[in-house]
Design a protein around this ligand. Structure first.
Ligand code: DGP
Length: 114
């Protein structure tokens, strides 16, 4: 896959407001927040879309969810509640082709999403 802005953030080449990181996962605040708390959870490993994830990535995908919950707790939205969103490809609304989970909280969420 080609490099993306999230690849640069993962490598520390572009700054981000990081709220959690470990060897495999990075969580930082979205530049254009759609809620009072809007986080992005990315694997350091570049995977373009969910369609590109392989069975060997299963543990890493689980770690993204665990990191989302940890970051929700760290930013104070775990108990009130939050939404995770994973956009895949054009019709799914994906703009950055480095797999990422959105974590949105700090306000009530509507259903269905647009
Ligand atoms: P998606 O549409 O699912 O690919 O979401 C991409 C998100 O990434 C979008 O909410 C805006 C955010 N974003 C784009 N560029 C940057 C950036 O350079 N830094 C940060 N923190 N967020 C970015």
């Amino acid at each position: 896959m080609s490099d993306t802005i999230f690849g640069k953030i993962a490598r520390g080449e572009v700054p981000a407001d990081v709220v959690y990181e470990d060897d495999e996962v990075l969580v930082f605040r979205d530049l254009g927040p759609q809620a009072p708390v809007h986080l992005l959870v990315i694997p350091r490993k570049p995977i373009a879309t969910l369609n590109d994830a392989q069975p060997a990535d299963a543990q890493l995908l689980g770690k993204l969810l665990l990191a989302a919950a940890k970051a929700a707790a760290l930013t104070g939205i775990a108990d009130s509640g939050y939404r995770t969103v994973l956009n895949c490809n054009a019709a799914g609304g994906q703009e950055v082709f480095h797999l990422h989970l959105h974590v949105l909280g700090g306000r009530p969420m509507q259903w269905p999403p647009g």
